[in-house]
Ligand binder design. Structure first.
Ligand SMILES: Cc1cc2nc3c(=O)[nH]c(=O)nc-3n(C[C@H](O)[C@H](O)[C@H](O)COP(=O)(O)O)c2cc1C
Length: 248
C-alpha cells in the first residue's frame, strides 16, 4: 500500500511554488475515478486560483489563512443542476428536488474530494479540508455563482508543503471497528479508547488554555458548541431550500 496513507497530515502552510495546470488536471482526473452513485457524477469541483475570488471567499471561511495563502482552493459541490439539464434535454423528467438526492450528491462530492486529496498527497502536495463551507454556504454560493441545484459541501486548500507538523493521534482501530454488528460502548471501553488521546501533552494544553475540566468539554463548550451547531443547521437548511432540495 502507498506509504502516503500512513505519513499524511493536514498541511496549512504552503510554499510560493506553483501547482502546474498539468499536475492539477492529473490529480483531478484521478479524483473523478472515485466511485459515484449510478455513475451519475452529481458533483462539480470549482478550482479557484484567482486572488480576488480567494479574497471574496475568505470571510465565509472565517478568514482561515489557507484560503488566501494556498495556490489552489477547491470547492467540492453537490450538483444536480447539470444532470437535471441533461435529463430535460433528453425528454426525461428529473425527480431530484428532494433531500435524498441532496445526500446522494453530497456523498458523491465527498468521495471525489477525498480521492483528489489522496492523489494530491501521493504527488507530495499538502491539503487541508475546510469545514466552514457548510457553515457559510450561502455566501460561497454567491461568490462562486452556484446556480439552483448546486450546494457547496467541502473545501480543500492545496499546495506544496511549507511545514511538517507533528502527526496527530487517531483512536485505536478496535475503538472504531465493529465485527459483524455494532457493539455498543461500555464506560470502561470509552475510557480505554480515549485514554491515549486524553493523555497527550497537546490535549492537556487545550484543556488548560481553555480553562476546562476535560478534553471533551473543549469540544462541547468551545470548538463545536450546541448553539453554533443549531444556528448553522438553520442556515444550511435554508440553503437546501433555496437550492431546490427541500419543500418542493
Ligand atoms: C470535513 C473536514 C473539515 C475540516 N475543517 C477544517 C477547518 O475548517 N480548518 C482546519 O484547519 N482544519 C480542518 N480540517 C482538518 C482536520 O482538523 C484534520 O483532518 C484533523 O485534525 C486530523 O488531522 P490530520 O488531517 O493532520 O490527521 C477538517 C477536516 C475535515 C475532514
Amino acid at each position: 500500500m502507498n506509504e502516503s496513507f500512513f505519513i499524511r497530515r493536514s498541511i496549512r502552510k504552503y510554499t510560493e511554488r506553483n501547482v502546474s495546470g498539468e499536475l492539477l488536471d492529473k490529480i483531478l482526473l484521478a479524483g473523478t475515478r472515485a466511485s459515484t452513485t449510478g455513475n451519475m457524477q452529481v458533483y462539480s469541483i470549482i478550482v479557484t486560483r484567482d486572488a480576488t475570488v480567494k479574497l471574496k471567499l475568505a470571510p465565509a471561511h472565517f478568514n482561515q489563512p489557507m484560503i488566501t495563502s494556498a495556490p489552489v482552493v477547491l470547492t467540492f459541490c453537490a450538483d444536480f443542476n447539470r444532470f437535471n439539464k441533461w435529463c430535460r434535454q433528453r425528454n426525461a423528467r428529473p425527480g431530484y428536488d428532494n433531500f435524498l438526492s441532496f445526500m446522494t450528491a453530497a456523498i458523491d462530492a465527498l468521495l471525489v474530494a477525498q480521492t483528489v486529496c489522496n492523489a494530491a498527497e501521493e504527488e507530495g502536495l499538502g491539503i487541508c479540508y475546510l469545514g466552514t463551507t457548510t457553515y457559510n454556504a450561502a455566501s460561497i454560493i454567491d461568490t462562486l455563482s452556484l446556480p439552483k441545484g448546486v450546494v457547496p459541501i467541502t473545501t480543500v486548500t492545496l499546495g506544496w508543503p511549507a511545514e511538517l507538523p507533528v502527526q496527530v493521534d487517531r483512536l485505536p482501530l478496535d475503538g472504531v471497528v465493529h465485527n459483524d454488528v455494532y457493539h455498543d460502548y461500555t464506560s470502561s471501553m470509552i475510557d480505554d479508547i480515549y485514554r491515549e488521546k486524553e493523555s497527550r501533552d497537546d490535549s492537556a494544553g487545550f484543556v488548560a488554555e481553555n480553562k476546562k475540566e476535560t478534553l471533551a468539554q473543549v469540544f462541547t463548550d468551545i470548538r463545536y458548541k450546541k448553539a453554533d451547531n443549531e444556528y448553522f443547521s438553520e442556515a444550511f437548511l435554508k440553503v437546501l431550500r433555496e437550492q431546490g432540495f427541500l419543500d418542493n
